[in-house]
Design a protein around this ligand. Sequence first.
Ligand code: NAD
Ligand code: GLY
Length: 364
Amino acid sequence: MTANSTQVQVALGDRSYPISIGSDEIRKADIARYISGKKVLIVTNETIAPLYLELLEGQLADKQVDMVILADGEQHKNLDTLNLIFDQLIAGHHDRKTTLIALGGGVVGDMTGFAAACYQRGVPFIQIPTTLLAQVDSSVGGKTAVNHAMGKNMIGAFYQPQAVIIDTDTLSTLPDREFHAGLAEVIKYGLIIDADFFHWLENNIDLLLQRDKAALVYAIELSCVSKARIVAEDETEQGIRAILNLGHTFGHAIETFQQYKQWIHGEAVAAGMVMAAELSVIRGDLSAADLQRTKQLLQRCSLPVAPPADMKAEDFDRLMLRDKKVLDGQLRLVVLKSLGEACVTDQFSTDHLYQLLSRACSAS
Ligand code: NAD
Ligand code: GLY
């Protein structure tokens, strides 16, 4: 493995855009070519600004650059914080030709994208994701949102960026826990759509855990290829895109139960993906051996493979009905038909679900 830069295209007609992936990509990507106007607003947070803001500003020497530095954390992903971005845009006399640049993880990316979708009914934006989760998932595909006190990502829009610039060097400062959580989403692509990639991950997970540069570029590229393929087929999640949420219905129930105070998203998703895989075994689709492989791979990334010990089957039952995949009161779940193939279904027996929930909750 020697490649240290590559490009993936998200094919959406005249809204298509490139994802460039590589070491030192903030410097190499020639970001200015994606900016047609003279003005730019960089949105970042207090953790990322001291690490990468100067580097990014250095690439925009011929632009008029404003910035807004937000407080760090999911608890700030709300309308009040969004307003700080609008305040800066209006105070700085930014017009429709202004480009917003999101420099940060999924929280900054989702908020900046939503601000771009709303400001003067839509201005261009660029994603520069700095967490593994944001590089393989949230920066690609145009889902943007803020949270409401009564629900996560409840207010948002589908709005695609002009480009996604993934500089894998930014991962060198990412805390281990966040890095491992991002690996859960990487493993997800192997499970839902790419069995060969799952096999590659089994053989190369130690390299990824050491943050080997070439291995990272390859894993991020394959993840983005899968995500781009699904988004191109179903941009607004009318069908197939929902498979990207493997394990998320269970995972969101865990996050809500813990009031977002204990496990981080990727950890909850890891346990949720195991629950989805277990349900797939109970349904007679996935083999017990492939369930075991899934658990082992997640465990090698220090990720949980069972729900929190204090959660009961009734808690899942109650909390899962709040999921956005519930349509007309009917719960829909992503299940695996085999390793590397997923589907969304509302066709599962309540007995199977209860069998799964009581088994999973007693195992933890
Ligand atoms: P995050 O943005 O909160 O980042 C995690 C932590 O890492 C933060 O403290 C952040 O400041 C810090 N950080 C970021 N980059 C760093 C770096 N290079 N070095 C050191 N520290 C760094 O969390 P996340 O996991 O990136 O994103 C989670 C968010 O993404 C959630 O709000 C979730 O809803 C959203 N999301 C959106 C989509 C989508 O399709 N839009 C998909 C998945 C998740
Ligand atoms: N992260 C799920 C999606 O983009 O659809």
